[in-house]
Design a protein around this ligand. Structure first.
Ligand code: NAD
Length: 249
């Protein structure tokens, strides 16, 4: 029996990296996958690959988010899982002294406001069903901070963590579980873009990861599939670290 058989799962940022790996894993486990991404080429390719549905949406725009969840419900009849994962990397110099207000606001919009919007518009469907699992992508930096100065990014992910804990506690009695996924550094286009700007940063980061390597996106997807499934029936409001030990080092 596949753990996510016939579950309807909405994934934001499904066109690349962690979202794409999770779309593949969810499909393998039997889910009907709704791939949401701003980038039409990669989002529709992901949907085609996993036999799912593509919805072009900007997760910072409320009408787009409403449309994404409505499309999932209208097409498949439920919304069982929301993996609110789309995000952007920090601006080039994201120290408190250098980050401008526009860059700060953009990171909060894409990384944090989007999660607020997705939770807001997923929960009513789950509430009616009396069941649902929401996984919001935070980061290990939300737990331990970052010595590499990424204030807008770390603050946005700290917000995701706090929001997930709050919602997990608030909706526990209604059968809706909400968890914050906290990946360590993962080998995806987002990380590669960051390290291309600052190659030394990759080396500095690597030495602090106890397992001695970056994660592959499929290793993060495995944890998301667990959180989405009934195997995680007693897991809610958690900061779920999948970080190769970096936060404990
Ligand atoms: P990625 O860049 O590979 O993929 C992100 C996807 O989100 C892209 O397909 C992009 O088109 C989409 N997206 C961006 N803005 C969007 C918007 N406004 N509306 C809709 N879609 C949008 O990134 P990734 O590494 O897979 O990261 C996924 C999540 O994991 C992000 O929230 C990121 O902050 C987080 N994260 C990544 C790492 C890492 O090391 N890669 C570590 C911890 C947390």
């Amino acid at each position: 029996m596949q753990r996510l058989q016939d579950r309807v799962a909405v994934i934001t940022g499904a066109g690349s990296g962690i979202g794409l790996a999770t779309a593949r894993r969810f499909a393998e486990e039997g889910a009907r996958v709704v791939c949401v991404d701003l980038d039409e080429a990669s989002g529709s390719a992901a949907a085609a690959e996993v036999g799912g549905l593509y919805v072009k949406a900007d997760v910072t725009v409320e009408e787009d988010v409403v449309r994404a969840f409505r499309t999932a419900f209208d097409t498949y009849g439920s919304v069982d899982v929301a993996f609110n994962n789309a995000g952007i990397s920090p601006p080039e110099d994201d120290s408190i002294l250098e980050t401008g207000i526009d860059a700060w606001r953009r990171v909060q919009e894409v990384n944090l406001t989007s999660v607020y919007l997705c939770c807001k518009h997923a929960i009513p469907y789950m509430r009616r069903q009396g069941k649902g699992s929401i996984i919001n992508t935070a980061s290990f930096v939300a737990v331990m901070g970052s010595a590499t100065s990424q204030i807008s990014y770390t603050a946005s992910k700290g917000g995701v963590l706090a929001m997930s804990r709050e919602l997990g506690v608030q909706f526990a009695r209604e059968g809706i579980r909400v968890n914050a996924l906290c990946p360590g550094p993962v080998n995806t286009p987002l990380l590669r873009e960051l390290f291309a700007k600052d190659p030394e940063r990759a080396q500095r980061r690597l030495v602090h990861i106890p397992v001695g390597r970056f994660a592959e996106a499929s290793e993060i997807a495995a944890a998301v599939a667990f959180l989405a499934s009934d195997d995680a029936s007693f897991v809610t409001g958690s900061e779920f670290l999948v970080d190769g030990g970096i936060s404990g080092a």
